[in-house]
Design a protein around this ligand. Structure first.
Ligand SMILES: [Zn+2]
Length: 217
């Protein structure tokens, strides 16, 4: 798999610290299943957290404390690399964490039509935000929208392009409230994405406001 879009460090740090909402944590876990690079960065984030805890002490910290912590991280890559090899993804279409949760193939899901060539399946995690699967027909253009919170998207099948670039299977879009974008599905096949948010989307155009009640994100 040729992955060219990854998560921000802030997202991976939050994942390592266990502070992401359940749906967003699922999106991260699924990408990690496919992406050795992000797995390695999560290991580093965990090592930083561990090193900081190990160095908590009631006495004043020496000037070289940060250098010492950073130096100790040099030992992490070998260990992380080893883990990468033993958890090599299998060849099925879905990443293991999602496959385990859904327990059926993408084509067997109860897709609900929401208009304009778009279908969705709500994963019903409850709590803050939402996690859904979206299926978009070839050539479909998702209305312009911004985000009141963060939105994590993992492409499972097909591809789309927006103002940021082209996103293919395995890629993630890690968007915050500053981004206004309009994904357009590349022609050829459906694009299926796993999308999790920690707050509702905000559609900006008239088309977006029309479909907002149907999507309900
Ligand atoms: Zn990655």
């Amino acid at each position: 798999m040729n992955i060219s879009h990854h998560f921000d460090d802030a997202t991976l740090m939050a994942y390592a610290a266990g502070t992401l909402p359940q749906g967003m944590a699922l999106v991260v876990a699924c990408h990690l299943h496919w992406c050795p690079e992000c797995r390695h960065r999560v290991k580093q984030a965990e090592a930083v957290g561990g090193a900081l805890l190990d160095n908590i002490s009631p006495v004043a910290v020496s000037d070289s404390a940060l250098d010492d912590i950073l130096a100790s991280l040099d030992e992490v890559p070998a260990a992380a690399q080893k883990q990468v090899k033993t958890s090599e993804p299998n060849q099925t279409e879905l990443p293991d964490p999602l496959s385990t949760y859904l327990n059926k193939s993408l084509d067997d899901l109860p897709w609900k039509w929401i208009g304009y060539g778009m279908y969705q399946v709500d994963l019903n995690f409850g709590g803050k935000g939402a996690a859904r699967l979206f299926k978009l027909a070839p050539g479909v253009s998702v209305p312009h929208h911004t985000h009141t919170g963060n939105e994590l998207t993992l492409i499972l099948r097909g591809s789309y392009s927006d103002e940021i670039g082209r996103f293919r299977r395995g890629d993630v879009a890690d968007l915050d409230s500053d981004v206004l974008h309009q994904p357009i599905v590349d022609t050829g096949e459906d694009c299926i994405c796993l999308i999790a948010t920690d707050a509702p989307l905000k559609f900006t155009g008239i088309m977006g406001r029309l479909i907002q009640p149907f999507i309900g994100l």
